[in-house]
Design a protein around this ligand. Structure first.
Ligand code: ATP
Ligand code: MG
Ligand code: MG
Length: 586
């Protein structure tokens, strides 16, 4: 077996498999369809789909749609899309709601077994029963806990039939609330079903007024789908006991054994610092918000904060749709997540670590191009006819990426404004009057002779001559004026000035003051060598067929870019994927 070692062949995930060695592995990825997936979910996808793939089993995509108040159609589509983008194909797409009838029957069964009861206590009262605000006081059961089975059954049906409003009744599991030795809050008579006010469900319509909770639904759906290994994040560690308890009551699992039924195990989350992942907060960035400030005299002042990003897929965000649009290759992202490893410990990273991994990946996979962000024209005077030529240049000077392109050199070229100085100085090595600089791939360097400016003193044109035989200290990128393609280039920096935007004031809108005004820098008049057209053409003629099929390149001395979906036939739009080097520029 020549397979390379992976997170699945050794370590934590191997031990999970060893604890339940089955021939037919069945796993699942169970997102709540209440938002776009973020970079943390990429780990959950890699773990669950990857585990099944490694063991030649199957992985379900199960939408955990038990909270109709928060679900929207776009999220369903986007989640599946992203899973496919990452290179996985669900064995089956299922919905927790597929099982609503069965779940209801099982709830009745639980009541019949005297393992659940309908409770009418208020939230505050339930909290007191569970030991008060810090969960440390004495615990006790309420009068409903001991009511006859028949009564709970009748009340549960009444809940179903609409007798109760939200909060007036709920079904509770009869766990170990009253056992003083039971220290796990997940065993203190958790809710199993509740009445919802906004109860229209996108799949079951208005059939149900009552909906099952996560704690009731998740383990049962796992069992109904014959899931073998149910992996989730460590916040659910304490829930493992209630997961097993419920399945055992319903004869779907055998106490003290993982042989029958699904086995839950918990891995550490992947958190990315320095950015916002919370759905609620991203929504404020996407849609803008209104904050209310109470003034000293008691009046309330409303302040509107406009949207600060273009949408959920804005390349400055860390949702997976945003990372995709920014041009991060799916494979690079997956490799990165795997390299971080899987254990039961939390993994916390900062964006530069991700960027460095992406940079390494792109370094050996994408062609080079010459892009000039802020062009200024250089006229090379006295250039001989034979000097105007087509130069054949490899896509990668180191030869790692196959192919070559033709770069045209004419009398007029664009260089970047930042590569010219009106006054020379000894420690400066690029172009200045009477100074020599090399042009990438051109046989001779050039020497600036003069320049002209507009009424504001802005340089409009530089005159230069061929500087045969001289040795330049530096080479710069350039683009032939006659064949240049105009493009819009968007460069990205972090969205906030602070390194810990989660610590900002999210309640009263203080976060808006910390937005980085340079988080997106747009170069409307950038130019790129005509070779980009060849890359686009080759791509259209011969698309890879994969959903990760973006045109990406390294713009020499500038950054890695991809062609954005906003591009049209007349105007190409580029997104910066990552910079060439780690920098602290803000
Ligand atoms: P969030 O609140 O951050 O949006 P969530 O837990 O509500 O996340 P779900 O839709 O329930 O999101 O997540 C689906 C699966 O992804 C769950 O199994 C969950 O444990 C896992 N998951 C969520 N966030 C992370 C993360 N940061 N790292 C690893 N796995 C995660
Ligand atoms: Mg969740
Ligand atoms: Mg959540």
């Amino acid at each position: 077996n020549a397979e390379p070692a992976s997170v699945f062949s050794e370590g934590w995930l191997k031990r999970v498999y060893d604890q339940k060695k089955v021939k037919d592995v069945r796993s699942r990825f169970p997102p709540e369809p209440n938002g776009y997936l973020h970079i943390g979910h990429c780990k959950a996808i890699a773990v669950n789909f990857g585990f099944a793939r490694y063991h030649k089993g199957v992985c379900f995509l199960r939408y955990d749609d038990t909270n109709p108040e928060k679900e929207e159609e776009v999220y369903f589509t986007s989640i599946l899309d992203i899973i496919k983008w990452l290179g996985f194909e669900p064995y089956k797409v299922t919905y927790s709601s597929d099982n609503f009838d069965r779940l209801y029957e099982l709830a009745e069964e639980l009541i019949q077994k005297d393992k659940a009861y309908v409770c009418h206590c208020s939230r505050e009262e339930v909290n007191r029963q569970r030991g008060g605000p810090d969960n440390r006081g004495p615990r006790y059961g309420c009068e409903h806990r001991t009511r006859p089975v028949e009564e709970s059954l009748a009340e549960f049906r009444a809940m179903r039939d609409g007798k109760y409003k939200a909060g007036e009744a709920f079904l509770r599991m009869k766990q170990s609330l009253t056992d003083p030795k039971e220290g796990n809050p997940q065993m203190w008579d958790l809710p199993a079903y509740r009445v919802l006010e906004n109860n229209y469900h996108h799949r079951t319509g208005d059939k149900w007024r009552i909906y099952p909770t996560y704690d009731f639904t998740h383990c049962i759906c796992d069992a109904l789908e014959d899931i073998t290994h149910s992996m989730c994040t460590t916040e659910f560690q304490q829930s493992r006991v209630s997961y097993d308890w419920l399945l055992e009551q319903l004869d779907m699992k055998i106490p003290g054994s993982d042989e029958k039924g699904p086995m839950q195990r918990e891995y550490g989350r992947l958190n990315v610092g320095g950015t916002i992942l919370s759905k609620r907060r991203i929504l404020m960035l996407v849609e803008g918000t209104t904050v209310e400030k109470k003034k000293d005299n008691g009046t309330i002042e409303k302040k509107a904060i406009p949207p600060s990003v273009r949408g959920w897929d804005d390349p400055r965000l860390y949702t997976l749709v945003a990372l995709r649009r920014r041009g991060i290759p799916a494979k690079a992202l997956l490799n990165f997540v795997e390299e971080l490893g899987v254990t039961d410990a939390l993994t916390e990273i900062q964006p530069p670590r991700l960027e460095s991994a992406i940079r390494k990946y792109l370094e050996r996979t994408v062609p080079r191009q010459m892009l000039v962000l802020d062009p200024v024209k250089v006229v090379i005077e006295g250039l001989a006819a034979e000097d105007e030529q087509e130069i054949t240049v490899p896509y990668d000077p180191k030869g790692a990426i196959p192919g070559e392109r033709k770069v045209k050199l004419g009398k007029e070229v664009y260089i970047d404004r930042s590569d010219f100085r009106e006054e020379d100085s000894p420690e400066y090595f690029r172009l200045a009057p009477n100074k020599v600089v090399g042009l990438y791939n051109v046989a001779f360097p050039i020497r600036a002779t003069s320049f002209s400016t507009d009424e504001n003193g802005k340089v409009t044109e530089i005159k230069a001559v061929k500087a045969d035989g001289e040795k330049p200290k530096t080479y710069i990128q350039w683009v032939d004026v006659a064949t240049a393609i105009p493009v819009t280039a968007r460069q990205y920096n972090s969205l906030f000035k602070s390194d810990s935007p989660n610590a900002l004031d999210w309640k009263n809108g203080g976060w808006a003051d910390d937005l980085n005004p340079n988080s997106e820098v747009v170069y409307e008049h950038a130019v790129i060598e005509r070779g980009l057209k060849d890359l686009i053409k080759a791509h259209t003629l011969n698309p890879s067929g994969s959903s990760d099929d973006l045109i990406r390149f390294q713009a020499l001395r500038t950054a890695y870019f991809c062609v954005d979906v906003d591009s049209t036939a007349d105007k190409i739009v580029l997104n910066q994927v990552v910079s060439l080097r780690e920098d602290k520029a803000k």
